[in-house]
Structures are given as C-alpha cells and as structure tokens.
Design a protein around this ligand. Sequence first.
Ligand SMILES: Cc1cc2nc3c(=O)[nH]c(=O)nc-3n(C[C@H](O)[C@H](O)[C@H](O)COP(=O)(O)OP(=O)(O)OC[C@H]3O[C@@H](n4cnc5c(N)ncnc54)[C@H](O)[C@@H]3O)c2cc1C
Length: 439
Amino acid sequence: MPDYAEKGLWHATYGQYEPSPALAGSIKADVAIVGGGFTGMATAYYLLKAEPSMKVVVLESEVVGYGASGRNGSFAMTVVGLGLELLARLKGRDRAIAAHRYLERAVDTVGELVDGEELDCDYIRPGFLRMATTPAYEKKIRREIELAHSLGIEGIEWLEKDEARQRVNSEHYLGAWWEPRMALVNPLKLVREMKRVVTGLGATVHEGTPVGSIERPGTYRLRTPGGTLDAERLVLATNAYSDLLPQVRRKQVPAWTYVIATEPLTDEQLEPVGWQGFEGVEDARNLIHYYRRTPDNRLLMGGGPVGFGFGRDMDRDSNPAAWAHLEAHVADLFPSLAGARIEHRWGGPFSVTTDLTPALGYIGDPRAVYSVGCIGHGVAMTHLNGQTIRDLILERHTELTDHFFVNRRVLPWPPEPVRLGVSLALRSYLTLEDRFHER
Ligand SMILES: Cc1cc2nc3c(=O)[nH]c(=O)nc-3n(C[C@H](O)[C@H](O)[C@H](O)COP(=O)(O)OP(=O)(O)OC[C@H]3O[C@@H](n4cnc5c(N)ncnc54)[C@H](O)[C@@H]3O)c2cc1C
C-alpha cells in the first residue's frame, strides 16, 4: 500500500489502515458511488438508512479519505463560499438566508451522526472565532454581523478586543466574530468511521479502484482496472476530481489550499496564546488563514496562497512558497511559537464553481447525481448533501431537493487556457482586495 503520510497530519498520525480490496470481476449494484470522501460515505449512509435492502457500492481510486476529506482543516462550520456578504450580493438576501440555514443544519447533522453512530473522531464543539486583524477587517466583520442579524440569523455576535484575546491571544486581534455553532473533528477518522458504519449497513467499498470511464448502455457501466460495475443509478462524489463526465467537467475547477502543522507544543509555548477552549479560528481575508489547536497541542494552520492546475493536472499538492508563508504567519501572530518545528506540510484540492456557490443535482437524468463546489467549506455541508443526494436518487421531492443549491444552472468554466487565466485573475482580484484591507 502506498504511504499516504505526505498527505498530511491526519494521514501521518492515523496508524495502521487496512483498505478494502479493489474491485475484481464484474458486479452489479442498485447505486454506484464514485468517490470515498465525506460525500460518498454520507450518501451511502443515508441511502441505506432509507432503503436497507439497496445494493450500494462505493468505488475509491486510492483509499477512503484520500481527497479533501482526509486532509482538511477539520472545521465543520456554517460558511458558504466566501461568506454571507458576498452570497447576499451575488444571490440576494433570501438565498443567503437559505444557504445559512442549510449550513446550520449541516453542522448539526455532523454532531448527530457522531453521537448517533458513536463515531470515534475526536469531535469537539468549541465554537468559531473570525478574528479582525486590521481596522478594515473589523469594519468588514461588524458589517457582516449586522447583515446576519438583519437577515434574522442568530448565534453570531461581536466580541470586543479583550474578550477575543482572552480566548486566543495575539496582539493583532482587534475583536472577533463569535459563533458557538461550529465543531472540529479528526476528518480522516470521521470519514473512515463512516466507512465502518456504511459497510455495517451493507454497503460494499472498493479502494484502489479508479473509475476510468462511465458508459450508459442502459444501466451505468463503470470500468476500472480490475473489473466492471453495472449500476441502475450513479452518484459522482468526486468533488475537485470531477472530470469523468463531460456534463460535469466544466461545472467546477480544482483549486489547492495548503496546510502546516507544528510539533506538539509545550505549556510554555502555549501559555502566552491561551486557547484553553480549543476554538477554531479564521481571519477575515478572502484568502483566509484557518487554524486550530489539535488534541495533542499542535498548531495546524492552512490557507493563504491558493494554487491552480492546468487542464486535468491534479499534481499540485506541494507548494513550498505557501508553506513558507504560513510558517511566517504563525510567527507573526504568535511570537512564542516562532521556533516551533513544522512537522507536517501538505495540500489538497477543493472544488470551485464560477459563482463560488455549491451545486448538486441530476446529470441530465434522474438516475445520476453530481455534487461539486463546497470550496473550502465542505466538512459539514457534504454530510447534509448526503441526505439531499439520497432524496434525488430516490426521486423524492423534499425540502432539501427544493434548495437553490440543487439542480441550478451553473455557468460553465471556459476551456483552457482561458480557464487558467480566469482563475488567476480571480485570485489576483481577491489578493488585491485583501491587501486593501491590510494597508
Ligand atoms: C487542505 C484542505 C483544507 C480544507 N479545510 C476545510 C475546513 O476546515 N472546513 C471545511 O468545511 N472544508 C474544508 N475543506 C473542504 C472539504 O474538505 C471538502 O469540501 C470536502 O472534504 C469534500 O468532500 P468530498 O467527499 O466531496 O470530496 P473528496 O474528499 O475530495 O473525495 C473525492 C474522492 O473521490 C475520489 N476519486 C476521484 N476520482 C475518482 C475516480 N475516477 N474513481 C474513483 N475515485 C475517485 C478521490 O480519490 C477522493 O477520495 C478543505 C479542503 C482542503 C483540500
């Protein structure tokens, strides 16, 4: 089995993992799910809860949790896209409320799954701080909190500088957005615990099984190196790797975010920072920094520079410049951690639609469903998406399938090389706006 330790802290510290065997020969299923991340596992789970006799097969090209689900910052939170203000501007106030309500429910769904299925994944619910690090960001955050309140959204409050610093202390902090509805997990443990549960419910999971092509001679025929799966229905849970079908390929592009984790910190290093409550922290940039204290007292920080590939190139997991940026940012925020050794550096792809909003729905046929575009905020969302995909696959008309994320028209990304040009232009714009807020 390949060594996935270079894919980050969660993989490196997971311990022994025995993947399920690859697909060999020809098999049949009611539902084929491509992708063994949160979306794939949550979909299998909710389908089998609804229809216990259904034959559900999940095909994963590497190991469960290989993609973003096993590499992320671990924040289960209510954010959609680049936040409420942009969403309200792009989609209108009603849709901003609908998006937020969906994400509130998604955060709660993760908690219910962890409790109900006794998932062993270091789940805590410490709440979320979005720190204002300049006066311009303070204004931006206060404006967004006012917007939230004017939309009838509760559970988000402004913390003054002293209160914010009492929780996590940096001389850069001028106050914070405080939102108790937010959880942290070990995401690799979470997705593999979900694998344990879905296989217990009767799902079959094949790892080391890349789907090379999908045909439709009547049923869906998925070809893999070791065999073929024929299925009545299909779920593409491939997120940033969604290039198997032309109907889905241009709905999203992969972009990369990078992460570092320190060695376990000493009490002396942590004492000036405080952080007794283990809150999840972000700043208010477009290209956010996100960071947390892990159960073994490391600082995990991700964000800053974002990467793009060209065409179908998915080999962008390494970015020394982004890691150096993060290391410098840790030292700048928390001088007592300046000398801390960085033990893990990694990156991973997330999925971006042209309007920075999630999209899921039928692939021109009520027997096939895709899901893309959670950006860097899919930990909670993908779990509720599992319920939405269940309803789509079972052709049930529900409150979830009525949501505006579902079956919406997504403006396609242009073909290369224009696509890369547009992505870089968008990144430059977001970076410029950040610089403006940091003058
Ligand atoms: C570094 C990083 C940090 C992040 N931090 C956060 C965070 O703190 N909070 C948050 O909410 N979100 C975060 N995200 C986003 C979040 O992780 C994702 O939105 C979420 O995990 C997506 O889950 P998924 O199951 O849809 O996709 P993935 O987990 O990417 O799963 C897709 C799977 O499909 C498999 N696959 C692809 N093609 C094929 C094929 N042809 N055949 C078989 N299998 C295939 C892949 O191997 C992969 O395992 C982060 C993302 C990254 C990369």
